[in-house]
Design a binder for this molecule. Structure first.
Ligand code: COA
Length: 372
């Protein structure tokens, strides 16, 4: 058996920013239009008016201030409220592949590697823009990587599940270097017309290089241990899928975008994640005093504050548990990797940290890393 290390990370950040104020103005315009259309039914008590949203609520409930998206105009058009992304012919790179390539290039540069050094590519994300061929195989081809590639989907936990998959293959020697990419076009499966969640998501892509820990000369992160868990729940769900046609349900229904019971998710996922991290640390003989940093899934600031306090046994010091959700919103599987990529290089050799992602499934994955 070999040891595995993370030697490079990269983040592709879309140019388009949507502030809470812009988002709320578009949503409220949509609500006003719907209410004007349904004025008679609302006045007769036969229909409920669409309620307004507010930027104050969004910041207080989630900590989110901005989100990045691949297309802004469609999302902010009150007559549309979802992105406008031109279909691409089959001989053009898919959008997910294009985003992933940008992040992959940055991760490879940090690792000091060429694409041909990579033996395996995993595209681990909440959604894949087509059924097949796998986006990962397209990325492998566009990049010029060797070996093999496949897609994975474990919703918001896809990145840590991808890192364990890569690390296990590196440990056994079946591959020497793997690339895990997480292109997330959350704007495409998000319901921008539902005020309970319209502020949650953003788009991004991340990439992580995992390789054999042997003769490494650049600063890197030893993967001390990984741990995954799942427990079925319907509280975060999307019913879109390939049987739509067979179900005679081609129309755009609410449950064919992201749906969640936010309060239940809060109550059930917080203990699940806190216990998962505590058990993982205990099994590895790591105490809270040993930890320099936590890079958590970026869904909700209150959630992260709670988990940080549980894991450390005290309020985290500023910088100990960096959040990026104020700038990116929830970017599904990519969130904890953005936090890791942006807030890890300052740590001294020997420092320990945990990358942890969690979400639909339910699913939770943790990776204990040591700076070297
Ligand atoms: N603007 C103004 N008011 C709003 C609103 C908005 N955009 N959205 C909801 N409200 C109202 C609700 O109608 C409710 O009003 P009521 O008390 O009169 O019924 C009140 O604000 C509280 O709503 P609630 O949905 O209970 O808010 P919350 O504090 O639970 O926050 C989330 C909502 C989504 C931010 C929160 O539940 C969450 O983050 N949950 C976990 C999400 C998560 O991790 N998901 C994983 C996805 S990968």
């Amino acid at each position: 058996m070999y040891s595995a290390a993370i030697t490079g990370t990269g983040v592709f950040t879309p140019d388009n920013v949507i502030t809470n104020d812009e988002l709320v103005a578009a949503y409220n315009a949509y609500a006003d239009r719907r209410n004007a259309e349904n004025a008679e039914a609302i006045a007769a008590g036969e229909a409920e008016p669409v309620p307004h949203s507010s930027a104050e609520f969004i910041v207080a409930a989630s900590g989110i201030e901005n989100r990045r998206v691949m297309d802004k105009s469609g999302v902010l058009d009150p007559d549309r409220m979802y992105p406008r992304l031109a279909p691409r012919p089959d001989d053009q790179p898919s959008l997910m592949a294009e985003m992933a390539l940008d992040a992959a290039g940055k991760a490879l540069a940090q690792a000091g590697l060429e694409p041909g050094d990579i033996d395996a590519v995993f595209c681990a994300a909440s959604n894949h823009e087509r059924a097949y061929p796998a986006i990962a195989v397209e990325i492998q081809d566009l990049l010029g990587a060797g070996g093999f590639a496949f897609d994975m989907n474990v919703a918001c936990s896809s990145a840590t599940f991808g890192i364990q998959t890569a690390a296990d293959m590196v440990r056994t020697g079946s591959v020497r270097r793997a690339l895990v990419v997480n292109p997330e076009i959350c704007s495409g499966h998000h319901e921008w017309r539902d005020r309970d969640c319209h502020f949650i998501f953003g788009d991004v892509a991340t990439a992580v290089v995992v390789e054999r820990d042997e003769g490494l000369t650049r600063p890197h992160w030893k993967i001390r241990s990984t741990r995954l868990a799942t427990k079925f729940s319907n509280n975060i769900r999307n019913n879109d899928g390939f049987l739509r046609r067979a179900h005679d349900q081609m129309e755009d229904r609410r449950d064919m975008q992201f749906v969640q019971e936010g309060r239940k998710v809060f109550k059930e996922v917080l203990p699940l994640v806190s216990r998962h991290i505590a058990d993982h640390m205990a099994a590895e003989g790591v105490t809270s005093a040993d930890l320099s940093r936590l890079w958590l899934h970026q869904a909700n600031k209150t959630m992260n504050d709670y988990i940080g306090k549980k894991v450390l046994g005290r309020d985290p010091e500023p910088g100990e548990q960096p959040n990026i959700l104020q700038d990116y919103a929830n970017t599904s599987s990519a969130g904890s990797i953005i936090a890791f990529s942006h807030h890890s290089e300052d740590l001294e050799p020997g420092s320990l940290g945990i990358i942890c992602s969690f979400g639909a499934g339910y699913s939770v994955g943790s990776v204990i890393v040591e700076r070297a």
